[in-house]
Design a protein. Structure first.
Length: 200
């Protein structure tokens, strides 16, 4: 496994997963999921997104960036839930709180192409990911596009920490295995990624 990558299978127990889903339902009511589009081409992503925290990641024709307000409502993003802050403080090994939690919702044939998370100013903080709902096939490679890659199954409750050298590795979601979890009543998968954006 890539140095700095930590895979914590089943780290979140079912009660915490259920609490998070409840927190997310309230958050999404205030900050609705939107469909991001690729810079320049305007091609839509197959996942829908929203954010929690003081900054949120958005992608539109103008580019990728972090911003304090929801692009459609113009309101600040909802707060990062306590379960997630507690998780970050326990496993990130980083002494400042995250500023952004990107919420990705996968339904049907949604996937995520290989990419690096590189829009942050602080790469010394890890990116911490939480998976909820249906199992996904996660693909990870090295720091260069086109290198050797491998896959990992991400199940509901799994936590993945991309720190150290793995922080800037290419990764993506090949596909989501429909019907593998009953956590979300209408199925699908939610991925949460906690990020530190600015240098403290
Ligand atoms: C996903 N995850 O699991 C997509 N990024 O749906 C990511 O893009 C990701 O899992 C940075 C760190 C961990 C991740
Ligand atoms: Fe990512």
């Amino acid at each position: 496994m890539t140095p700095g990558l930590r895979y914590l299978p089943g780290h979140l127990a079912l009660p915490e997963q259920r609490q998070l889903v409840e927190d997310l339902r309230l958050a999404v009511a205030a900050a609705p999921l939107f469909t991001p589009v690729m810079p320049r081409t305007g091609r839509p992503f197959s996942v829908r997104m929203t954010n929690l925290g003081s900054l949120g990641w958005v992608s539109d024709r103008a580019g990728y960036r972090y911003q304090p307000l929801h692009p459609d409502t113009g309101q600040p993003w909802p707060a990062i839930p306590g379960v997630l802050l507690a998780l970050w403080r326990t496993v990130s090994g980083y002494s400042h709180d995250p500023e952004a939690c990107l919420v990705n919702f996968y339904s049907g044939g949604a996937r995520m192409g290989l990419h690096r998370d590189e829009d942050e100013d602080d790469f010394t903080a890890p990116v911490l990911s939480v998976s909820l709902g249906d199992t996904a096939i996660f693909r990870i490679g090295g720091p260069e596009r086109g290198g050797k890659t491998g896959t990992l199954k991400l199940n509901s409750g799994d936590v993945l920490v991309m720190g150290g050298p793995s922080r800037l590795c290419y990764h993506g979601i090949d596909r989501v295995l429909t019907g593998t979890s009953t956590l979300l009543k209408d199925g699908g998968r939610i991925n949460l990624t906690l990020r530190r954006v600015t240098k403290p």
